[in-house]
Design a protein around this ligand. Structure first.
Ligand SMILES: O=C(O)c1ccccc1N[C@@H]1O[C@H](COP(=O)(O)O)[C@@H](O)[C@H]1O
Length: 209
């Protein structure tokens, strides 16, 4: 069964909707420029509402060591997702010091950029292939050419992100054979406002494959 991460949740109601729809992971975005930003204090409260069988992913972008430690200590996520320019040395260090699962997002432009993921072998638990950064480093609602992933020799577990919606997620899974899908802005009625019906439709479509 494909793992499903619903990211950028900011209310107990939408977390409950994602859990009830079958999400395996929920994401909390602690990045101030995002319309999905949740403060450390709010994220810590929201995290308490997530049942144990669902993993909580804390998304950070180019944070300082101090802020990273503070956020992890307060929120106690299961997974930390780095979505900026974090180095393999940094992801490795966080992984070792916290014992948490660590993911790193990479923007895919073409086949050559996939080679970049090699740098993170042994330094992360999962690579998230996303569209290249635009106004935001992620959460831009844009897909990339999934065929670029075809034939790539993945040596690290990976997931697919970038512009996934209830309408394209089944095709994305069939085409890429990804074991995890991650969606955010495609499940909203307005920037930062998650739509519970779209969350349910997304999970249903992902589980149908
Ligand atoms: O969601 C955001 O605002 C965000 C901000 C900064 C970095 C990443 C962000 N979101 C992540 O980007 C991918 C793709 O999102 P989308 O489905 O295209 O909207 C996903 O991992 C989001 O969690």
């Amino acid at each position: 069964m494909t793992k499903i991460k619903i990211c950028g949740l900011s209310t107990p109601e939408t977390i409950e909707a994602a859990v009830n729809a079958g999400a395996t992971h929920i994401g909390l975005v602690n990045y101030q420029k995002s319309p999905r930003f949740v403060s450390v204090a709010d994220a810590a409260r929201l995290r308490q509402t997530v049942p144990k069988h669902v993993k909580t992913v804390l998304l950070l972008v180019n944070e300082t060591a101090e802020n990273t430690a503070r956020a992890i200590g307060a929120i106690k996520p299961d997974i930390v997702q780095f979505h900026g320019g974090e180095t393999p040395e940094w992801t490795s260090l966080v992984r070792k010091q916290t014992g948490l699962e660590v993911w790193r997002a990479l923007g895919v432009r073409d086949a050559a950029t996939l080679e970049k993921s090699r740098r993170f072998e042994g330094a992360v638990d999962r690579i998230l292939f996303d569209s290249p950064a635009k106004a935001l480093p992620g959460g831009n609602g844009e897909t990339f050419r999934w065929d670029v992933l075809a034939g790539f020799d993945h040596r690290t577990p990976w997931g697919l992100a970038g512009g996934l919606t209830p309408d394209n997620v089944a095709q994305a899974i069939r085409e890429t054979r990804t074991e995890l899908v991650d969606a955010s802005s495609g499940l909203e009625s307005a920037p930062g406002v998650k739509d519970v019906d779209r969350i349910a439709a997304f999970c249903k479509a992902a589980r149908s494959v």
